[in-house]
Design a protein around this ligand. Structure first.
Ligand SMILES: [Zn+2]
Length: 147
């Protein structure tokens, strides 16, 4: 595997999408995007706009902070297109989560099933937020291309 670029060289590193809370949000967004592209055959931009709108609606319904901004969401799509990220299936909950490309995932466990052991003050709130989004990340909302 090639060396990752040094930190700070890119506007966002792929690592950001792997960190715990962003990962839940990025996975929710990308699952919707992927389903629009693959199952609905949406055009790329249309799928992006629709997926981002559904993501924004979902976080506002759940009253959680929208961790994934528009620019980051686009960067996420570009990272997938550049083959820097992949979706790995969690062996515990069978949800699909954003992971580094080419990382072995036969025993992958997502951040919701296995929250980080070292956590700061915001842990309780963040756990609650992630728990609210978790079922959504696993059971996708029925997404349709905007016409
Ligand atoms: Zn899981």
């Amino acid at each position: 595997m090639a060396c990752p670029p040094p930190k700070g060289m890119l506007p966002f590193s792929t690592d950001w999408f792997i960190t715990w809370l962003p990962n839940v949000h990025a996975s929710l967004f990308y699952n919707v995007f992927r389903s629009l592209r693959k199952e609905q055959q949406c055009e790329r931009m249309q799928a992006f706009v629709t997926a981002y709108r559904l993501y924004s609606e979902q976080v506002s319904i759940d009253q959680v902070e929208p961790v994934l901004g528009l620019t980051r969401a686009w960067t996420l799509v570009r990272f997938f297109e550049s083959d820097l990220l992949q979706l790995s299936a969690c062996t515990q909950c069978s949800g699909h989560f954003v992971a580094h490309a080419h990382s072995p995932d036969h025993d992958y466990v997502c951040g919701i099933c296995m929250p980080p052991s070292r956590a700061g003050k915001t842990r309780k709130r963040r756990e609650r937020e992630a728990a609210q989004l978790a079922p959504v990340a696993i059971d996708l909302p029925a997404a349709r291309c905007a016409s």
